[in-house]
Design a protein around this ligand. Sequence first.
Ligand SMILES: Nc1nc2c(c(=O)[nH]1)N[C@H]1C(S)=C(S)[C@@H](COP(=O)(O)O)O[C@H]1N2
Ligand SMILES: [Mo]
Length: 267
Amino acid sequence: MSSTPKPSVDPDREARRLSRRGFAVWGTAVAAATAAWFATPTRDAAGRLSGTLRRSLWWNERLARAGFRRSSRSPEFPRSAARMPITNGMVGLMNPIDLDAWRLRVVGAGGDAAARVFTLDAIRALPAVERVVELICVEGWSVPVHWSGVRLIDLAARTGLAARDGRPFDPDDPPPASALFDYVALSTPDRQYYVGLDAASALHPQTLLGLGMDGKPLALVNGAPLRAVVPVKYGFKSLKRLGRIEFTDRRPADFWCEKGYDWYAGL
Ligand SMILES: Nc1nc2c(c(=O)[nH]1)N[C@H]1C(S)=C(S)[C@@H](COP(=O)(O)O)O[C@H]1N2
Ligand SMILES: [Mo]
């Protein structure tokens, strides 16, 4: 004859105790999440997006930045897969440009007073790279493009302009993020088009200063003489007709972000 073992605790009392504890834990978590939500900055695209959407974008960016690694790569394609993209976006390309007088101005440690100026030949003197990566436009098309150019990190490292102390560093073994400026601002010579990048994306090994497309020098409509190529971001960050680069700790303004797009725009 077996007797039912006596429970060591009274199940009803235990259930009540657990649900009280559950309520305390979940209640605290919900309150903390709510507080975090309403404390979330909504600085970007002020007035254009709802507070809810801006808060979601802020949290998306936090998660994406936490997961972003130098070693994460945008997919690369064989040369045979490359095509010419749809020419898209002419903001900042409407003023006449004298290609012989063109210079790239780079501002970093020391500010504007210590800005460095580069000719196209000085850019071409950096190690040449070619890549076939996708240009992905938020308007709903994407195409693998064959780019030639130089890595932005090679310019940033050799000049030291990306480092807070202004010291040059090894592009293949960069110092920790805390030694570098947080952001990079890019703009056209007339400053009509401008984009902001987080430093990790700007100094990512796939991010280029593009000199050519499809094996030929860039056409004016594609950003001659020099453009940004940022494969880890949507196409609107790949600024054409680069005139100025600034390494900064202030989050830069971004043309499309002011019209309501996500500032981070990571892929
Ligand atoms: N100066 C400038 N750069 C720009 C734009 C622009 O309007 N002005 N448009 C962007 C957008 S939205 C895309 S998708 C790509 C398109 O590059 P492509 O015209 O070479 O195909 O350029 C980006 N760079
Ligand atoms: Mo785009």
